[in-house]
Write a protein that binds this ligand. Structure first.
Ligand SMILES: Nc1ncnc2c1ncn2[C@@H]1O[C@H](COP(=O)(O)OP(=O)(O)OP(=O)(O)O)[C@@H](O)[C@H]1O
Ligand SMILES: [Mg+2]
Length: 467
């Protein structure tokens, strides 16, 4: 599938069709040659022999790209360019100029043309140019997805978090969604690796194709092999019928290899071959079947060490590691804790029809705790707290005991337990610790400290002048 088609598929789902390209040229041979090249690249094409004709086409069709001859009868190319910029500001215009009139191309670029090509041009030249236009449109649509998802929301689709670490991650997820390369998702247990893998698949152009998770950690090695690679009747005892493997079933979709570090070494070799050759050989067969699948893989293990120790094939590691996504542990993005807590409490309220909120003390505790089990632990903790709490407010006593221990760590211990500190020093310590624990989120710190944000800023100014 060409990029234009892939994009078109995405556009189709949003109601439009393939990417539409309009060729405007009064020379029939050029019009037709351009149209053929564009069609071969997967564009849906229209032609017009004058500016007026082009306006009519654009009136009834959502045109994405215009190949515009600058020397047109009637209204000239420049006038047509103005018209397009005004009426279809999203359309990408490539102007076609005659030899020796590059000056007009420069002028056109000044008025918003994307690029230009000079006559006579070769078909290869045109192909390259249109590929560049497609890439440009692709990037633009990725950015648009990103902006729409991030705008005023709590995160990216179902991924919650607005910390700088997560915003950075969303940018890569949006990019990864529109690429076909393998992605290696790394992160501690419970950081959201599977959630991110799903987001990559479901924000991309193949979201209507299957997303198939395979847990390499919990399946028996023999089972993983037959699950992934298909087997034929009689391949082993019990194989009474042939069965499709997941790599073939995915058919244009995504296979998510969870806990990929647990894959036995002989299967690693087989997987590498399948990815490289884009075909699989069924267990018990001598024939190869082509596959069309995107591979995403995740692990909470340190794969580089596994490679160094000979437990993971280096070549497979390089294959899977084309794009790497590292999910930050929750303790490194504490300012997302209130957002996540709110999200889970809201979800639980929908299913239990009881709204609950965290008391200020409970929230402080949650912010101080290190969450070794990351978001999953937070989710479980709130489920438990909701079940235990008797009213709409969740108290410290409703939280699991590991969190309660965090209380002791949260209160700064002086070496000399009896040391008396002046109030201003206690206040300064409280403010600075809160800001540090919230990774610099001053607004949230003010909220949790129960002081106004102007007060907080004023105090910070005072502290700065003291130093
Ligand atoms: N950023 C997030 N926003 C909302 N929910 C999240 C987020 N991160 C994780 N979760 C939720 O936490 C739970 C654990 O996430 P997930 O299974 O994706 O983690 P994981 O990294 O694959 O963990 P493991 O390594 O243990 O398999 C899921 O219920 C998931 O929906
Ligand atoms: Mg997982």
């Amino acid at each position: 599938m060409s990029t234009a088609q892939a994009l078109g598929t995405a556009a189709q789902m949003e109601g439009a069709n393939f990417l539409n390209l309009l060729v405007v040229d009064d020379e029939r041979s050029i019009r037709e040659a351009c149209r053929d090249v564009a069609q071969s690249l997967g564009f849906n094409t229209f032609v017009a022999d004058s500016a007026e004709h082009a306006y009519k086409v654009m009136d009834t069709n959502p045109v994405d790209v215009v190949l515009l001859d600058m020397k047109l009868p009637g209204a000239g190319g420049l006038e047509a360019l103005h018209f397009i910029r005004e009426h279809r500001p999203d359309a990408v215009v490539v102007v076609v100029t005659g030899f020796g009139t590059v000056q007009s191309a420069v002028q056109a670029m000044k008025y918003g043309a994307y690029d230009y090509v000079t006559k006579p041009f070769s078909l290869d030249e045109l192909k390259l140019l249109l590929d560049r236009v497609t890439d440009h449109l692709k990037l633009r649509s990725e950015n648009r997805i990103l902006r729409e998802r991030v705008k005023s929301k709590q995160g990216f689709g179902s991924i919650i978090g607005r910390s700088p670490e997560m915003e950075k991650l969303y940018r890569i997820v949006a990019k990864a969604a529109y690429s076909n390369h393998p992605v290696l998702i790394l992160g501690e247990s419970g950081t959201g690796k599977e959630l991110v893998a799903r987001s990559i698949h479901f924000s991309g152009p193949h979201r209507d194709k299957p997303f198939i998770p395979v847990d390499c950690g919990s399946l028996l090695p023999t089972l993983i092999e037959s699950e992934l690679f298909r087997y034929v009747k009689g391949a082993f005892t019990g194989a009474a019928r042939s069965k499709e493997g997941l790599l073939t079933v995915a058919d244009g979709g995504t296979v998510f290899l969870d806990e990929v570090a647990e894959l036995p070494v002989d299967l690693q070799a087989k997987l590498l071959r399948a990815i490289q050759e884009k075909e699989v050989r069924a267990v018990g067969s001598t024939r190869n079947t082509p596959i069309d699948v995107r591979i995403l893989a995740a692990t909470n293990r340190d794969l580089e060490t596994a490679v160094a120790e000979g437990n993971f094939r280096r070549d497979l590691y390089f294959r899977l590691n084309v794009l790497t996504l590292r999910l930050p542990p929750l303790r490194e993005r504490r300012q997302d804790i209130p957002l996540l807590a709110h999200h889970f409490l809201e979800r639980m309220a929908r299913s239990t029809h009881t709204e609950r909120t965290l008391s200020d003390d409970a929230m402080k505790l949650m912010l101080a705790y290190d969450w070794p089990g990351n978001v999953r632990e937070l989710e479980n903790c709130l489920e438990r707290a909701c079940a235990l709490s008797s009213g709409p407010l969740i108290h410290v006593a409703d939280l699991p005991s590991p969190l309660q221990h965090a209380l002791n760590q949260a209160v700064p211990q002086e070496e000399d337990g009896n040391k008396i500190m002046p109030m201003e020093a206690v206040e300064k310590q409280a403010i600075l610790t809160a800001i540090e624990q919230l990774n610099g989120d001053k607004l949230l710190a003010a909220k949790l400290l129960n002081i106004g944000k102007t007060t907080l800023y004023r105090k910070l100014k005072e502290y700065a002048s003291q130093n």
